[in-house]
Write a protein that binds this ligand. Structure first.
Ligand SMILES: [Zn+2]
Ligand SMILES: [Zn+2]
Length: 391
């Protein structure tokens, strides 16, 4: 027997009530990044219900890694879902709203988790026909951008040849996916600039070096990074989000701190910015007789979709009768990018006919997208098994 696209579509339809049940149970019990203990326990339970799936014991505090073994040898394709929730007070009024005060699955990771459990059930059923393995990554702490690194450090990617993942997209209707080869989400980095001046009396500024004035000049000067140092054909964002100085109204403080984030798409741009930023901060400070020091805290690279994996996702979506649109990139970040640094990968937008944006207290999605995504990822995994080269 061979697997056809309709096999997954019909099976997913039958699974739909179970997927709704899974998603709602997760939705009612959201847990924050690195605290996903009950979520982990539940996911293990659901995977154990699917005969044949093997949970890999990697010593993770939270999160689950499991594997489906095909009857024949071949590559290993990873499917990734994130599992954490947010410190948001739910206001959807849904009958299955969060039961945990101040916490909510406001980014739809409950949906991602249920969908990939669905894909796992569909694939395990076809294990006798599969040539290769499917690695299932239920990743914790995406919202804090540390979970992917934890999984990689634990060996979750060992032996994996390619990786596929998604994020729900409220503005796309169910049945449509957003697809894009190349950069889809930006790199995320953090910076801190300490400015040292000389404190003094507010009324005697000539005997002081005012770090507030220096910091303001630095904030303004940093804006030229994007307009004058980044190619007009590339994109970047420099945002200073915290500026702290002084403790009262009539004393010029000694020092000030600026903190913010830089987002880029191209690795070359990302590499160039810290040195440019340092030159501007130090140069401006020097002009005022002050000093500035830059601390650069690299976080995550850009989500950059591999062309071959993108074509696999496109073929899978078309085989499943889905509508494929060119995905609009965003300057938001995703630690899925860390997997893509190791192996070719594709991250897509999954249409969920939502009403509000991610992280909103009234964020919702249409549950019909559950069976659609389960079938799509099962289909994509099978196509990837057939075309990805083993390392
Ligand atoms: Zn989020
Ligand atoms: Zn999210």
């Amino acid at each position: 027997m061979t697997i056809t696209a309709s096999t997954f579509r019909e099976e997913a339809g039958r699974l739909q009530p179970k997927l709704v049940e899974i998603r709602r149970e997760l939705h009612q019990h959201p847990e924050l990044s690195q605290e996903e203990f009950e979520t982990t326990r539940r996911i293990r339970g659901w995977l154990e219900e699917i005969d044949g799936i093997r949970i890999l014991e990697l010593g993770l505090k939270t999160g689950v890694v499991a594997e489906i073994e095909g009857a024949m040898p071949g590559p290993t394709i990873a499917l990734r879902a994130d599992i954490d929730a947010l410190p948001v007070k739910e206001e959807t009024g849904l009958p299955f709203s969060s039961t945990i005060p101040g916490k909510m699955h406001a980014c739809g990771h409950d949906f991602h988790t249920a969908s990939i459990i669905g894909a796992a059930a569909l694939l395990q059923k076809q294990a006798p026909q599969l040539k290769g393995k499917i690695r299932l990554l239920f990743q914790p702490a995406e919202e804090r951008a540390v979970g992917a690194a934890e999984l990689i450090a634990a060996g979750a990617l060992n032996g994996v040849d390619a990786v596929l993942g998604m994020h729900n997209k409220p503005e796309l209707p169910v049945g449509t996916i957003g697809l894009r080869s190349g950069p889809l989400m930006a790199s995320v980095d953090r910076f801190e600039i300490s400015v040292s001046g000389k404190g003094g009396h507010a009324a005697i500024p000539d005997s002081a070096i005012d770090p507030v004035v220096v910091s303001s000049a630095i904030v303004t000067a940093l804006q030229s990074l994007v307009s004058r140092n980044v190619s007009p054909l590339d994109s970047a964002v420099v945002s200073v989000c915290r500026l702290e100085a002084g403790s009262t109204w009539n004393v010029i403080p000694d020092s000030a701190i600026l903190e913010g984030t830089v987002r880029t798409f191209q690795p070359e741009t990302r590499e160039r910015i810290p040195a440019l930023m340092q030159r501007i901060a130090e140069g401006v400070a020097q002009g005022y007789g002050a000093a500035a020091e830059l601390k650069w805290i690299p976080c995550i690279p850009a989500v950059n979709n591999h062309s071959e994996m993108t074509e696999i996702m496109r073929s899978a979506a078309l085989a499943q009768g889905l509508n494929v649109v060119e995905a609009a990139p965003t300057m938001g970040g995703e630690d899925f990018s860390l997997y893509q640094e190791k192996v070719p990968g594709c991250f897509i937008w999954m249409g969920t006919s939502g009403t509000e944006e991610w992280h909103h207290p009234k964020f919702t999605l249409h549950e019909d997208a559950l069976a659609v995504s389960a079938a799509l990822f099962a289909e994509a995994a099978v196509l990837a098994l057939a075309s990805v080269q083993m390392k």
